[in-house]
Design a protein around this ligand. Sequence first.
Ligand code: GMT
Length: 368
Amino acid sequence: MRIGIVCYPTVGGSGVVATEMANALAARGHEAHLISYDRPGRLRRGTPGLRFHQVAVSAYPLFRYPPYDLALATRMLEVCEEADIDLFHVHYAIPHAVSAYLARSMSGGCLKFVTTLHGTDITVVGSDRAYLRPTRFALEQSNAITAVSRYLADETQLVFGVKQPVEVVPNFVDVERFRPSGTPRWHQRPDGERILVHASNFRPVKRIADVVRAFASILRHVPARLLLVGDGPDREHALAVAADLGCQPQIECLGVTDQIEDVLPQADLFLSASETESFGLSMLEAMSCGVPCVSTNVGGVAEVLGDTGKLAPFGDPEALAKAALPFLQDAQLHQQHSAAARARAVECFATDQVVAQYLRIYERVVAS
Ligand code: GMT
């Protein structure tokens, strides 16, 4: 098939999933055309069957907000005509589904598209009055709608009341690339230092300061270090909190990296304090590396972790620390959950099975 994939290129799970989907389709002999305003970080160069199409957004002094949705619709139509696209798969509803609808209307009605919902496009931005009605309209015009967790599918029905079904297709992980590296765990290391990791785009919803507070609390019981992977608006605030709590020397900021698969296997535990998380892709990548996760019990996180990690109430860093400590004090418990996390990633979220699920949807839509 010839598939057009639309996504945001920024640090964020939806862009990662869309790009990995394009990589996976090309690797399986399909033709993938990735469309975005910039090259996504995980896009591999020189992959046969995979092409990147940049959306050019012209600035004009009159525009305080350049109309990206129009430029995207135009690019989608051009790619559709040039490459004879069978269907588009748009990741993140706003404004991608609306642009897809516009491209379809301009094409004379024959362009098909599948919309995948990722989280804040429904839970935060989508439910904003300014965007709700066009988003609902574009969802209803989609040839298929998928959501990355049962939680998000239910939330979509609740917020938008869309008429057609929202199918659950979870996110996936390359279990060969994200795998345990054999690095000794805390109970095998002479210094016994526990290594915790958090990876995200450091937006307010991720509550990085709560990660730091939980870490400070953990430090009162065991020697530990916290690796912060990624960057974003809340980094400085989190570091200020760390300075106040006296744990800044034990925190290492690694910034944005394309090599997260090299960092995650070094960790003993992944910590997440998010206020909302429809899935939690970084946690899945950690699990695949054999790293158990401790997270706030929000959104679809429980669906991802199963019983391989531990959940704590949102907004309670002490509870998060309490949930994490057993994994950092009981070697056997840590080993069991590390193995279970890896097994769950391989059994439930490996690329092959999830890509096959998307391909079945593509085939159905193309045939319809
Ligand atoms: O984090 C976001 O606001 C954006 C979104 C994205 O586009 O990266 O993240 C969401 O999609 C990811 C991939 O499906 C999920 O793993 C994240 O849980 C989800 N974020 C939220 O729900 C906050």
